[in-house]
Ligand binder design. Structure first.
Ligand code: A3P
Length: 289
């Protein structure tokens, strides 16, 4: 399948959807000045970005729901590479909450010298691929994924938005940001959200009561987020995201890959991913098989 140039641009070898990224927005991101108190959510797409866009404002403001009920997720925690970022950045109050899908090496120069804190969410790549497959069906600005098998080839080759999952993880796992970065997995958030919230609030130096933790957990549950119009992308036109084809908040579970992978596909997937992670100093928080 050939690359539809009309839909994607190439940036340092990575495919980025033209709908929400442009060479101007990427230049703007490169020139963006990070502040020491900025908080940055970093994800490979489909790892739980929107979930952290719900969690972060609540952790920072002690569980006040106003922000998540009045400001769309893309505006309250904007992604620095996107076209919209220039529109929202000046409205952000300090400490600013930001997000990105950039690999570590493509971050703006000011990021490396700042003290901005980073929350990096990792998710099992098999579930990421499934989530992404459905996302490609519903998002009008992404290439049709073809069959699941065809999409797996593209995913493993990195011919999908933001390139290879392994490159992304490797770049951030070996980033040497020391105590500036916290790693959390999608799986641990699903398994025990209150415990995850405690880790996040400790990392950000917030002291939340158990009552507030429980309140945040309830409001960031999959079920509640699905009904929050400021977080479920229902404000987006259907040509951009068609939830009749597949909702953005689709399943919210761990292990949906088991409903999609054949044994041959699983073997192919594991073989490619483990080869690319060979010799890395970090280990994955879950088994690949
Ligand atoms: P699924 O397609 O597997 O359901 P991103 O925001 O990075 O694009 O990630 C989207 C994925 O995170 C989707 O996965 C979505 O359902 C899941 N997600 C978002 N909020 C969630 C929540 N509160 N609980 C569990 N999963 C959530």
């Amino acid at each position: 399948m050939s690359l539809p140039e009309a839909m994607y641009l190439r940036y340092h070898g990575l495919l980025l959807p033209r709908e929400n990224n442009s060479y101007e927005s990427l230049k703007f991101a490169q020139e963006f000045k990070f502040e020491d108190d900025d908080i940055l959510v970093v994800t490979y797409p489909k790892s739980g970005t929107i979930w952290m866009q719900e969690i972060l404002p609540l952790v920072l403001n002690g569980g006040d729901l106003t922000v998540i009920h009045t400001i769309p997720n893309w505006e309250r925690v904007p992604l620095i590479q996107t076209k919209r970022f220039a529109l929202f950045v000046n409205k952000l109050a300090s400490p600013r909450m930001l997000g990105t899908h950039f690999p570590y090496n493509l971050m703006p120069p000011s990021f490396y010298t700042s003290k901005a804190k980073v929350i990096y969410i990792m998710r099992n790549p098999k579930d990421i691929m499934v989530s992404s497959y459905y996302f490609h069906q519903m998002a009008g600005f992404l290439e049709d994924p073809g069959t699941f098998d065809e999409f797996m080839d593209k995913f493993l080759e990195g011919e999908v938005m933001f390139g290879k999952w392994t490159d992304h993880v490797k770049s951030w796992r070996s980033s040497e940001l020391a105590d500036r970065i916290m790693y959390i997995t999608y799986e641990e958030m699903v398994q025990d959200l209150p415990a995850s919230l405690r880790r996040i609030s400790d990392f950000l130096g917030r002291n939340l009561t158990e009552e507030v933790i429980q309140k945040i957990a309830e409001n960031c549950s999959f079920k509640t987020m699905k009904t929050n119009n400021m977080s479920n992308f229902s404000l987006m036109p259907k040509v951009y995201m068609d939830s009749d084809k597949s909702p953005f908040l689709r399943k919210g579970t761990v292990g949906d890959w088991k409903n999609h992978f054949s044994s041959e596909q699983l073997a192919r997937f594991i073989s490619v991913i483990s080869k690319e992670l060979e010799g890395e100093s970090f280990s994955l928080p879950w088994s690949l098989d």
